[in-house]
Design a protein around this ligand. Structure first.
Ligand code: FES
Length: 171
């Protein structure tokens, strides 16, 4: 018996709400490998990222090898292997936004929040990421903070938003 695996599985818990969703989802797919991606999304939705223990848990739940889940986690850029900050700032870098200053907007957030690109600040408060088109090209440059979209974000607006984020007044 692989004791390491047992310990990892014991350390990983999901809410009953997520477990219910998983239990309903799995039988809808013709084979277990194809449901691995939706399961990764559900786990990330609850935990914020997909840890090694989560990979083991998903593999065990689907009776597939952990490497098959790991391949999915490392292939799709929207899946994360590390925790993110309490506030997740995503800046679109695709054409319309790029032409309208998203690079400068991104740099502003990085500087103001003391955060490297695609990294989390040392205090664990903020993650600043460049992402692909978030489907609001007509109002570029566009950013998303957690689930909320912010359009036509000029440099002044970006500075104000960063300041409000630091003061914890921007939701
Ligand atoms: S190009 Fe930025 S939202 Fe589409």
């Amino acid at each position: 018996m692989d004791l390491t695996k047992t310990v990892q599985l014991e350390e990983f818990f999901l809410s009953t709400n997520t477990i219910d969703k998983i239990d309903k989802l799995v039988p809808r797919y013709p084979d277990t490998r194809s449901v691995a991606l939706p399961l990764c999304h559900l786990v990330q939705e609850e935990k914020g990222y997909i840890s090694k223990a989560a990979i083991e848990w998903i593999a065990s739940r689907l009776e597939i090898e952990p490497i098959q889940v790991y391949e999915i986690v490392t292939f799709y850029p929207m899946l994360r292997e590390k925790p993110i900050g309490k506030k997740h700032i995503k800046i679109c870098r695709t054409l319309s936004c790029a032409l309208n200053g998203s690079q400068e907007v991104c740099s502003t957030f990085q500087k103001e929040l003391n955060c490297g690109l695609n990294q989390t600040s040392d205090d664990g408060e903020f993650t600043v990421e460049f992402v692909e088109c978030i489907a609001s090209c007509g109002t570029a440059p566009v950013i998303q903070i957690d689930d909320k979209l912010h359009q036509s974000v000029t440099l002044d607006v970006a500075k104000k938003m960063a300041s409000e984020l630091k003061q914890n007044v921007l939701q």
